[in-house]
Design a protein around this ligand. Structure first.
Ligand code: KG4
Ligand code: ZN
Length: 339
């Protein structure tokens, strides 16, 4: 079964072809340069750029997979959660293809896509198969829009044990980078700075002692703003590096602490990282150490499968379509869609 997947929930326009569960192509058009001057995603600009990018991206995905439109057996599209004006572009394109070709359409929850990304394998190539976590596993999903701990029991059975009460972890990275005048998106920039040797500025870890799986990241952003204000003058390069190190340390420690706690309490031996923040080197290293110390097996997908992509949507959609699940052409975008 050949499935085309389309992702347009935020600022990446992406398309992918999955055949019998294996990825044949994975194309992403990033809008980072469009949104960089604003230090964050501007929804109106995101929708307009999806309109420009979507057809070329789909063409590229089909070409890379060596597949014609007429070969497709189904189409999967992110139908939420996300920016409605962005989702609409992918949805409408997917419906058009489904209607024109007479093939089934399935709407995929973006969070479900992220949570399954660690299980995705590429179609035959030179590379070795990726380590694949079997069910059940405990997942930390940390992205620009969401942060939570999920017990994943099957491809369509996912329980949220706790999530952020306010900002998502990626949002905190982006906002702190903006406060420091570092550029957008903040995650990769802070990650690089935090990897350097030197002192770190101590930062608070909200809800650390609570035995719940909830997070809160708005306080740390305020702490950074207050620290900068207390300096009396714009931070020097050295001070920026110290803040970046301290901020990253506080965020990754709380994220890893809670997913490890959840895995131990629920007696699940596999831990999975998911979402854009899972591309963070510091997080991956810290998680590796903590999992080893607690006899847990860590699975961290390749970086390009952590950040937004369409292979996770095509893969999740394929799993639904093979079970005969699909949606009607009245499928609507959902700005919020808890798992
Ligand atoms: O999953 P994603 O691509 O989109 C959403 O679904 O939100 O996540 C984007 C977020 C951004 O906030 C970005 O700053 C963050 O992931 N991010 C990182 C890193 N790479 C991307 N955060 C920390 N360290 C990174 N290396
Ligand atoms: Zn995402």
């Amino acid at each position: 079964m050949k499935v085309l997947g389309i992702e347009s929930s935020c600022d990446e326009t992406a398309a992918s072809v999955v055949e019998d569960g294996l990825v044949r192509s994975d194309v992403v058009a990033s809008q980072v340069s469009v949104h960089r001057p604003y230090g964050g995603v501007v929804p109106e600009l995101a929708s307009r750029n999806h309109m420009v990018n979507i057809v070329p991206v789909i063409r590229a995905a089909l070409e890379e997979a060596g597949v014609e439109m007429g070969d497709l057996d189904g189409i999967a599209v992110t139908s939420g959660p996300g920016l409605v004006g962005s989702l609409v572009v992918g949805l409408q394109t997917a419906k058009t293809v489904a209607m024109a070709r007479g093939i089934p359409l399935v709407g995929v929850n973006h969070l479900r896509g992220h949570l399954l990304a660690a299980r995705i394998q590429d179609a035959a190539g030179d590379q070795l198969p990726l380590p694949c976590p079997s069910f059940p596993y405990m997942a930390l999903l940390a992205s620009g829009g969401h942060t939570g701990i999920y017990l994943v029991s099957d491809h369509d059975s996912m329980e949220c044990l706790g999530q952020t009460r306010d900002d998502a972890a990626g949002e905190a990275f982006d906002k702190v980078a903006k406060l420091l005048g570092l550029g957008y998106p903040g995650g990769p920039i802070i990650d690089k700075m935090a990897a350097t040797e030197g002192p770190h500025q101590e930062m608070p870890q909200a809800l650390r002692q609570r035995r719940s799986y909830e997070f809160s990241f708005s306080g740390i952003k305020t702490a950074v703003a207050q620290h900068i204000a207390s300096l009396g003058s714009p931070p020097s390069e050295d001070q920026k590096y110290a803040i970046a190190r301290g901020f990253q340390k506080a965020v990754i420690e709380i994220l890893v602490r809670k997913v490890v706690l959840a895995a131990r309490e629920r007696q699940v031996e596999r831990v999975v990282l998911a979402g854009g923040v899972a591309a963070n080197r510091g997080l991956r290293d810290h998680a590796a150490g903590q999992c080893a110390a607690n006899d847990l097996i860590l699975f961290a997908p390749p970086l390009y499968r952590c950040t937004d992509n369409a292979s996770m949507i095509a893969y999740a959609g394929y799993l639904s379509l093979v079970e005969g699940k699909h949606d009607g052409l009245d499928l609507a975008p959902r700005s919020g869609w808890p798992l």
